[in-house]
Design a protein around this ligand. Structure first.
Ligand code: SF4
Ligand code: SF4
Length: 74
């Protein structure tokens, strides 16, 4: 299995459940989970972590700036 190049952290506080991060991740690393935030939004989860390239598209597309992207230095 290839080593992950990065990871994302999704803020449960800021996410509004719009799903843009799911739609726009080119590697299908983000999916809608079954957990809801305190405000009642269905939260996305970081899946397929090994496929993440740390491209930061998810973070740029998020209208709530709810995603932090970390790139691993190897
Ligand atoms: S950084 Fe890129 S590859 Fe990783 S989850 Fe976000 S959009 Fe997908
Ligand atoms: S794009 Fe941002 S606000 Fe929309 S579901 Fe993803 S993390 Fe939540």
């Amino acid at each position: 299995m290839a080593k992950s190049k990065g990871e994302i952290v999704i803020s449960e506080q800021f996410c509004k459940g719009c799903g843009y991060c799911v739609e726009f991740c080119p590697k299908d690393c983000v999916t809608i989970g079954d957990k809801f935030s305190a405000q009642g939004y269905q939260l996305p989860i970081f899946a397929n972590e090994e496929d993440c390239t740390a491209c930061a598209i998810c973070g740029k597309m998020c209208p709530e700036s709810a995603i932090e992207v970390y790139k691993f230095i190897s």
